[in-house]
Write a protein that binds this ligand. Structure first.
Ligand SMILES: [Zn+2]
Length: 286
């Protein structure tokens, strides 16, 4: 079992509150290292003060870099302020370009990371694991000796992960889950919620859920449902209206994957607004 009082490597967690995106659920910022530090996902703007306070409480040891798993607004905005205050580089994969928000721009990125790089902290090497899907250019960090994976939003300690087209991709997300599962991590440190002590079980659960959803959605198309409203009503009959954007996005992400697999087709050219139909003559959908 994971114990924050005696973690297997030098790592600490700061919970950063979210006011807008992911409201009500804090983002986990992780501080890696003992002598030289790397700050992973400092979160939305309140994260800047919280990270600085944490660093002061730990004796203001030198920060080497700020690493972003992806550029979503609940993970990245504080990086701009910390970069200026601490004078340290921000690292991000360039595929995040389409999801950059007003709080962070390419001018704030000093190091465009690539999957062949290693991130060294106190002489420990972390490999960079490309895990796109939830966001393009999503990168997890993996410490082989302890099998600790800093998983960003590949998984959550509090439920499932949303996939938001057009930038999010369900097929990429499923492949990323399979890749991470094959690496057999012992601990997943997610972007939200508690540490996951049984990664294999969680990956199996996530993969089965996505597979089941895909079958359900294909069945709904087969039985004549065409619009996102119809799919949502059938799949989430008691949905809290606040969650309808996430639900609609994930349904659309599944439909786009089914389109890529040749099972369904959009009725119009724009998959973000289109209704959906079966692909005539497909041996599986017929
Ligand atoms: Zn995210």
């Amino acid at each position: 079992m994971w114990d924050w009082n005696s973690p297997p490597i030098a790592i600490r967690r700061i919970e950063i509150p979210n006011q807008h995106f992911m409201r009500g659920q804090p983002t986990n910022c992780y501080v890696l290292g003992r002598d030289e530090l790397v700050v992973v996902d400092p979160g939305d703007t309140p994260g800047a003060d919280l990270v600085l306070e944490h660093l002061a409480n730990c004796g203001n040891r030198p920060v080497k870099a700020i690493f972003l798993t992806h550029a979503h607004p609940d993970h990245a905005p504080a990086a701009s302020v910390l970069r200026q205050t601490l004078g340290v580089p921000v690292m991000l994969h360039p595929d995040n370009d389409p999801i950059m928000r007003e709080h962070i721009s390419w001018n704030d990125i000093d190091c465009e990371i690539n999957p062949d790089q290693l991130l060294h902290v106190d002489g420990e090497a972390f490999s960079l694991v490309m895990t796109p899907g939830h966001a393009p250019g999503h990168v997890a960090l993996y410490h082989e000796p302890t099998r600790i994976m800093l998983a960003g939003d590949l998984v959550s300690g509090n439920g499932t992960i949303g996939v938001f087209p057009p930038h999010g991709s369900m097929s990429a997300y499923i492949q990323s889950l399979e890749l991470a599962r094959r690496m057999q991590p012992a601990f997943l440190l997610p972007g939200h919620g508690p540490v996951i002590d049984e990664p294999e079980e969680l990956f199996d659960h996530y993969l089965k859920r996505r597979q089941d959803r895909e079958v359900e959605i294909l069945d709904l198309v087969r039985s004549g449902n065409r619009t996102i409203d119809e799919f949502r009503a059938a799949l989430y009959p008691d949905l809290d209206p606040q969650l309808s954007y996430a639900a609609d996005s994930t349904i659309r992400a599944h439909l786009i994957k089914l389109f890529e697999d040749g099972r369904v087709t959009p009725d119009s050219g724009d998959m973000m607004t289109s209704d959906w139909d079966l692909v005539a003559g497909h041996p599986i959908t017929d």
